[in-house]
Design a protein around this ligand. Sequence first.
Ligand code: URA
Length: 190
Amino acid sequence: MVSWKQLMEDVERCEACGLCRTRTHVVPGGGDVHSPLMFVGEGPGAEEDRQGLPFVGPAGKLLDKMIEAIGVRRQDVYVANVVKCRPPGNRNPTDEEAAACLPFLRQQVALIQPRVIVCLGSVAARHLISPDLRISRDRGEWVVRKNYFFMPTYHPAALLRNPEWKKDSWKDFKSIRDMLRDMDEPLFRG
Ligand code: URA
């Protein structure tokens, strides 16, 4: 397996798909690489592309609040995306772009070894759990694969557009908190 340092170097200089031509910065991910809790979004937006950091724009501000609402600090989780470079105009990444980038996410997961992986929105959930997954139908249900516990839930950008979904999202986040507590993970100690 590659080292974390090597992986980050590979991500930074990747030219495996056309998104490399329009990016300002690559956004590999950020947070605690030893965290039991990992969040996976879709791809960087405008602010993330400017700063080279994941979830720092409006959706990121909401994600911060949701993480803090379950008693966890954002710096204690790891946050990444299916694609590491911004799709122009914030369109969904194509299947080809996702396929070119997913080996990086798989290596991140293999190195971090989180217990719980939260798929934020259908792009992450379809690529990580099942292509047939529908967030409106399947959110909130745990999927266990290879000892990883996956939770599909709404993307925070979708919650900004549809605030009435926040109630269900809160249920999902409480379920995440309870699962990590049951696993006796150290996130809530201290
Ligand atoms: N939306 C995403 O899916 N990822 C980010 O990093 C920011 C917004």
